[in-house]
Design a protein around this ligand. Structure first.
Ligand code: PAF
Length: 288
């Protein structure tokens, strides 16, 4: 595996891979890699002969009171995992390489409207940071395919919209949510869950699944379902940020006759903010 800190070296190595007729797959990450990230890499490998992973803890997407400074940095362990998994190139730039003119002066990429709701409502500016860094990384790597996890459902929807709107020639692939045995979605932030909280930390998943079951049984009282699921989260000792039943494509609140639904939620443990979601189709039939 080649490891580079500078964009110029990444471009050279990728140009060589292209000359050899290889397709370029890309998995952008912020490191602290777990099995979920490895499944993204495997998915990229399935359609591409040359797989690039980036590790960059992007301060631009963290709010002032968020956990940028304590976000786990585990580069040595991450590189070993990537090496074992057959990654071809690891790009781990520093902040100066990515933001040479400083973050305040950085040109931004803004996707309107769908960035203001759900996670965007509680993390103002977050998605602007994400779309800006992803655009920059796409321009450096110029991949054929990029793989993003479905756990960050809103992020994925925004990146899809951005690539469509800006005519970025990258095929965006979604990878299924990787889960622990009890359903907790794998996340780099799970390391912040305390031992006491851990047995209950799958509550968000359980509540989202409960809402799905209710919707599949024909209920359309969305506000009541959202309130009941939020109460379940509080009963388990956590604080919900949001829990919303949405149209899977637009991320707007679901209409009564929407058939493709996604239920998204975020909750706070003592030291972490966890997100999760469940997507499904329903038939609008006799039961209604
Ligand atoms: O999902 C993440 O880890 C980050 O938001 C991403 C896409 C790597 C951009 O920093």
């Amino acid at each position: 595996m080649q490891i580079f800190h500078h964009s110029a070296s990444v471009r050279e190595a990728i140009a060589e891979a292209r000359r050899a007729g290889k397709r370029i797959g890309f998995v952008p990450t912020m490191g602290n890699l777990h099995d979920g990230h490895m499944s993204l890499l495997e998915q990229a490998r399935a359609s591409c002969e040359f797989v690039v992973v980036s590790i960059f803890v992007n301060r631009l997407q963290f709010g002032l009171n968020e956990d940028w400074d304590r976000y786990p940095r585990t580069l040595e362990a991450d590189s070993a995992k990537l090496q074992d998994a057959g990654c071809d190139l690891l790009f781990c730039p520093d902040e100066h390489e990515i933001y040479p003119n400083g973050m305040d002066e950085q040109t931004r990429v803004i996707v309107p409207t769908m960035t203001d709701v759900l996670c965007g409502a509680s993390r103002p500016g977050h998605f602007e940071g994400v779309t800006t860094i992803v655009t920059k990384l796409f321009n450096i790597v110029q991949p054929d395919t990029a793989v993003f996890g479905l756990k960050d459902y809103q992020q994925l929807a925004i990146i899809r919209r951005m690539t469509e709107d800006l005519c970025i020639p990258v095929d965006i692939q979604a990878a299924p949510i990787s889960r622990e045995a009890d359903g907790l979605a794998r996340s780099s932030r799970n390391g912040f869950i305390s031992e006491q909280e851990r047995p209950r930390a799958n509550q968000l998943h359980l509540s989202l699944e409960w809402v799905r079951a209710q919707l599949l049984a024909g209920r359309i009282d969305y506000a009541e379902l959202e309130a009941a699921a939020s109460q379940q989260i509080r009963d388990a000792g956590f604080r919900e940020d949001y829990l919303k039943i949405c149209n899977s494509r637009s991320l707007e609140p679901a209409a009564d006759d929407d058939t493709e639904l996604t239920v998204l939620g975020a909750m706070y443990t003592e030291k972490a903010r966890l997100i999760d979601n469940v997507s499904f189709e329903r038939q609008l039939g006799e039961e209604r």
